[in-house]
Design a protein around this ligand. Structure first.
Ligand code: PLV
Length: 332
């Protein structure tokens, strides 16, 4: 796992590169910038929000340590931050998280518990440990301090782009909605509230899309997508509220697992970066023509600025896991 030089007085995340992708720009017909959150310590954007939350909770945790429920990446971030702070951490993951992640978490000094089939099951166990053991609870996505931490992604991108460049849209993935809330708050902070957010999910991990369609928060019966890091059954209230509010435009879209996998492979071929399926959902908006379709249908205004793609990253992937996913999804 990547690490970085870090100053306790500041924060755990790094200022990630903002790369122009020639291949993606050609596809979209406008400049595409990739915010490379895969290069964060712990392998995803999660360290921004989780790192910030853990720092802030430090004073309350009374030395008993932290417990974080996770599909994998929030756990990696929590393990990284707590190890830096010299605090114990228990990470509760579901059995659907690839097994090599357990080893990576343990290498980071965390205690790992595998409970249930999907994230919601693991989360119930984490909440139980808060009650019985007095551990400080670290949600993977549902806390104002997580959103504040995640918002640095946008303020950083804005600083890199400079005052004369404003994106035409921001492209992200949605699991429980912590990234979405952070991005919206970042857009507010930099005065980009007129920049639409394209919020991507996979079929079977589409809790935001199901709620947007129903006009109320709905809980999915099960997570049937292989994008387990997007597999929260219920989106957080704040993310749903943003999707319903007039202060920001959120366009909720869904791709299939096959499209997300194809996007991972294309990204690997063209950009030479391996991301997990949760991030493939974002990339599929470009590679499977979702951005084009939204423009053609008039749901997305013609992009007046570059497309800002948040490459959220993820550690639940390696060469073997990629071939496992290929085998699974080609059968269907
Ligand atoms: N993953 C969470 C929730 O899982 C976790 O525990 O790691 N991209 C990647 C690579 C992610 O790991 C996640 C969240 C997301 C996107 C979506 O972020 P969110 O949950 O803030 O919408 C069940």
């Amino acid at each position: 796992m990547r690490s970085s030089c870090h100053n306790m007085a500041e924060h755990f995340h790094i200022n990630t590169p903002l790369l122009e992708s020639a291949a993606m720009s050609k596809r979209v017909g406008t400049t595409v910038y990739l915010k490379m959150e895969n290069s964060q310590p712990s392998g995803s954007f999660k360290i921004r929000g989780i790192g910030y939350l853990c720092q802030q909770l430090m004073s309350e945790s009374k030395d008993k340590g932290f417990v974080c429920s996770s599909g994998g990446n929030a756990g990696m971030a929590a393990a990284y931050a707590t190890q830096k702070m010299g605090m114990p951490a228990t990470i509760v993951i579901p059995s659907s998280t690839p097994h090599f992640v357990v080893q990576r978490l343990e290498d980071q000094g965390a205690t790992v518990k595998i409970v249930g089939k999907v994230w919601d099951d693991a989360n119930a166990e984490a909440l139980r440990l808060v009650e019985t053991e007095g551990l400080a609870y670290v949600s993977p996505f549902d806390h104002p301090l997580i959103w504040k931490g995640n918002s640095s992604l946008i303020t950083e991108a804005a600083a890199t782009l400079g005052p004369t460049v404003k994106p035409g849209a921001v492209l992200i993935s949605v699991g429980g909605g912590g990234l979405l809330c952070g991005v919206v708050q970042g857009l507010k902070d930099v005065g980009w509230m007129d920049v639409p957010v394209i919020a991507m999910e996979t079929v079977g991990a589409d809790c935001l899309n199901a709620s947007v369609k129903a006009g109320r928060i709905v809980t999915l019966d099960d997570i049937t997508s292989e994008a387990k890091s997007l597999g929260a059954k219920t989106v957080c209230v704040k993310a749903f509220e943003y999707s319903q509010s007039n202060e920001v435009t959120i366009i909720s879209e869904v791709v299939t697992d096959q499209q997300a996998l194809h996007a991972m492979e294309t990204f690997l071929d063209e950009e030479h970066v391996l991301v997990e399926m949760a991030c493939g959902a974002t990339l599929a908006a470009v590679y499977s023509g979702v951005v084009h379709r939204l423009q053609a249908e008039g749901h997305l205004p013609l992009l007046l600025g570059p497309l800002l793609v948040i490459v959220c990253g993820g550690s639940n992937i390696d060469a073997e896991q990629l071939s496992i996913l290929k085998q699974k999804l080609q059968r269907n």
